[in-house]
Ligand binder design. Structure first.
Ligand SMILES: Nc1nc2c(c(=O)[nH]1)N[C@H]1C(S)=C(S)[C@@H](COP(=O)(O)O)O[C@H]1N2
Ligand SMILES: [Mo]
Length: 222
């Protein structure tokens, strides 16, 4: 069960404090608004080739055998999926760009997994459900509007560039919501909770913006 998943490492307090200071300082802010119809790179971002790893210092040992995903809260049909249940879902492939608030972007990531729209069609959100809170096996959480979670390019991803997503990058299953800064994409996802009222996640209570649109530079608390 998800709560028994072993973890390596410990919370990296100084790194977290540094990021909170960056939020207070407005690090990376240019004051510009980008236009995705015109530009590929959002304001204040720089392109990288390799894929950096960011975490809180804790790396859970999630495997296909111990992974489960619970989707609950304001849904008609709450589910807890094992890896086998998850594999039975139809799969999709999406190519998208990553934009991290720490100012790196990486183009053309080919993801495979189960679309968030497919997941929602199974659990059937109640009319009052308007927000999503993602919970992860390292204790991380992140919140987003249900509409943003249900974007056509959003996935519960199991593969990147044709390979299973590595443990460091949140494997075996991570969320990918490419239209928002990457902190909204939960690694090692174990629970997706549908809510009527918004509830802020890990970074959202530590100075990061609630909405996280890279084109509007929504990096830090509004
Ligand atoms: N569970 C979990 N998900 C997480 C994080 C985390 O620390 N734990 N960090 C977030 C942040 S700030 C970023 S930029 C991306 C980093 O993903 P990556 O390590 O695959 O690049 O994951 C996001 N999702
Ligand atoms: Mo990030």
């Amino acid at each position: 069960m998800a709560d028994d998943i072993p973890q390596d490492g410990q919370i990296h307090d100084t790194l977290i404090a540094t990021k909170q200071q960056w939020a207070r300082d407005g690090r990376g802010l240019t004051g510009e608004t980008g236009d995705p119809a015109r530009d590929r790179l959002p304001p204040g971002q720089r392109l990288v080739e390799s894929w950096p790893v960011l975490d809180l210092g804790i790396v859970p040992r999630v495997t296909e055998a111990n992974w489960t995903l619970t989707v609950d809260g304001l849904v008609e049909n709450p589910v807890t999926w094992s890896w086998t249940d998850f594999q039975a879902q139809p799969r999709e492939s999406v190519v998208s760009d990553i934009h991290c608030v720490t100012t790196w972007s990486r183009y053309d990531n080919r993801w495979e997994g189960v679309s968030t729209r497919r997941l929602l069609s199974v659990v059937r959100p109640r009319p009052e459900a308007r927000f999503v809170l993602c919970h992860s096996s390292d204790g991380y959480t992140t919140n987003l509007p249900l509409d943003a979670f249900a974007a056509e390019d959003a996935l519960l991803a199991t593969a990147w560039e044709g390979q299973p997503i590595s443990r460091d990058h949140g494997g075996p299953v991570r969320v990918v919501v490419p239209k928002l800064y990457f902190w909204k994409s939960a690694k090692w996802v174990k629970r997706i909770e549908l809510l009527a009222e918004d509830r802020r996640g890990y970074w959202e209570v530590r100075g990061y913006h609630n909405d996280a649109d890279p084109w509007k530079e929504e990096r830090y608390t509004e």
